[in-house]
Design a protein around this ligand. Structure first.
Ligand code: AMP
Length: 453
């Protein structure tokens, strides 16, 4: 997808026709495209800045970030102080590329179609826009708790939980509530949350959300901001009919803000993205050819029965490295897990058959370094946000070549270097050209000699 960030004389460059959002933010020089250069004023909520134990009122001066040529600071976006404070506490200083590309437009109320993978900072990109908007435009009317203001739909439970975690961090300094509705976790607890808390930001997977929405336990008729994350994955997992039903329950696209993100844009997603958004700005921060630039990728061509000894050797040689091994089927993950365990390798499984609460715990242990090796299937491994994954192994090549990009994207995050090793045997080597087409480059192949025999 082209980067259409610049103003171009096309229909998509027309200003949104919203009535409540135009000119919502003071512009320093009247030129919207240069809003990235606005200086911080943040006067709007100076009074609400939280004070610390000694009575010191936090202000943006407590968060000095030097101006750097070519980098956009969060200071430069005129965000509410309460949001800036959370950003400072999270340790962010400069906008990532997707944030720098989208925030100046989303803060003005534009819809966005964004091509970006996990690891680019897209979660904070849409959350900061949504939270800032809700703080700038507090509700004027009293509503029942269960009317959602912001709705974020994600394809997997793991991803939804991670988005909610980031939303909770970004709202620690304001009174916006985050509610998560995902399958596999207690329905009752989620129902109680809807009854007792204001649903300011709702993060949900499609199936469970639809259950709650159809029984009117959650109301979507006043949603102001809708985010569809990993739209391509929603398509491949068969969620589009559910998502369509959900979107029909939200206000018309002219009166809500819609942000749609996807790593890839197959034709169906392109069409849906246009259908669901209103004069969207299109942004792409991961041109295909640049994808995975900082990941050293290698394919080992092996006999099927060489895979295990080669894997064992690889893990032992890379002693202690945080590793994710992807397999295509659950029984393969189980088998691998057993072998790794018997080889005294500290490991765990992340697949669809593992109960949700266990999966959340496993992911936490992996993040905390308690577990070294994670054996995962594509669905369960999707959207895992763990920094410092040094090695990704494709024990089998994925059946869908797009999954290859998602899998290896678990390493080399945030500009770090990473390594991916893929096994190709007689069963799946035919996939290599397809994968190379998606990656946009040829991948180094090495013929493995099994030294253990
Ligand atoms: P995401 O693409 O949303 O999965 O984000 C990947 C990781 O980058 C997450 O751990 C975020 O907390 C982190 N992150 C997001 N924005 C920034 C930023 N501007 N500076 C530093 N880290 C960030």
């Amino acid at each position: 997808m082209e980067n259409q960030n610049q103003e171009v004389p096309s229909e998509t460059s027309t200003k949104p026709k919203r009535t409540r959002r135009p000119n919502k933010r003071p512009k320093s020089n009247g030129d919207e495209s240069s809003s990235t250069k606005q200086t911080a004023t943040n006067s709007s909520d100076a009074k609400v800045s939280a004070s610390n134990a000694k009575g010191h009122i936090w202000s943006i001066e407590d968060f000095p970030v030097a101006e750097v040529e070519g980098k956009l600071r969060f200071h430069d976006l005129n965000l509410p102080d309460r949001v800036i404070k959370s950003i400072a506490e999270m340790g962010f200083e400069y906008c990532s590329e997707i944030q720098a590309e989208t925030l100046p437009m989303t803060l003005l109320g534009y819809d966005i179609i964004g091509q970006a993978q996990t690891g680019t900072g897209k979660t904070a990109a849409f959350l900061i826009a949504m939270i800032s908007d809700f703080l700038d435009y507090p509700l004027e009317e009293k509503r029942p708790n269960n009317f959602a203001r912001g709705l974020i739909i994600a394809p997997t439970r793991e991803l939804a939980i991670q988005i909610a975690d980031e939303a909770i961090k970004l709202t620690t300094n304001c009174h916006l509530n985050v509610v998560t509705l995902v399958g596999g976790l207690s329905y009752e607890k989620q129902k109680i949350a809807l009854e007792t808390e204001n649903v300011d930001i709702l993060v949900a997977t499609p199936g469970r959300l639809l259950d709650f929405a159809r029984s009117r336990k959650v109301q979507l008729g006043k949603v102001e901001c809708l985010v569809l994350d990993e739209a391509d994955r929603m398509l491949s997992m068969g969620f589009i009919p559910d998502v369509k039903s959900i979107i029909r329950m939200t206000p018309h696209k002219e009166t809500r803000q819609t942000m749609l993100f996807s790593a890839t844009f197959p034709k169906d997603i392109q069409a849906l993205a246009q259908q669901w958004t209103y004069f969207p700005k299109e942004v792409s921060v991961v041109p295909k050819e640049a994808t995975n630039q900082n990941i050293d990728q290698v394919i080992y061509t092996v006999e099927a029965d060489q895979k295990w000894p080669v894997l064992k050797q690889l893990i032992e040689e890379n002693g202690g490295q945080r590793t994710i091994i992807f397999a295509n089927r659950r029984d393969e993950t189980r088998d691998l897990y057993e072998r790794l365990r018997k080889a005294n390798i500290n490991c765990a499984i992340l697949s669809g058959e593992v109960a949700q609460d266990k999966r959340v715990k496993t992911l936490k242990n992996f993040k905390d370094g308690v577990i070294q090796v994670l054996v995962a299937t594509d669905v369960a491994g999707r959207g895992i946000h763990v920094d410092n994954v040094e090695l990704v192994v494709n024990y089998s090549l994925p059946e869908d070549p797009e999954d290859y990009v998602h899998r290896i994207g678990r390493t080399g995050r945030g500009g770090e270097t990473g390594k991916s090793v893929s096994f190709a045997s007689e069963d799946d080597a035919f996939m290599i050209p397809e994968i190379e087409k998606v990656v946009g480059e040829s991948i180094r192949c090495e013929y493995m000699v099994d030294t253990s025999q």
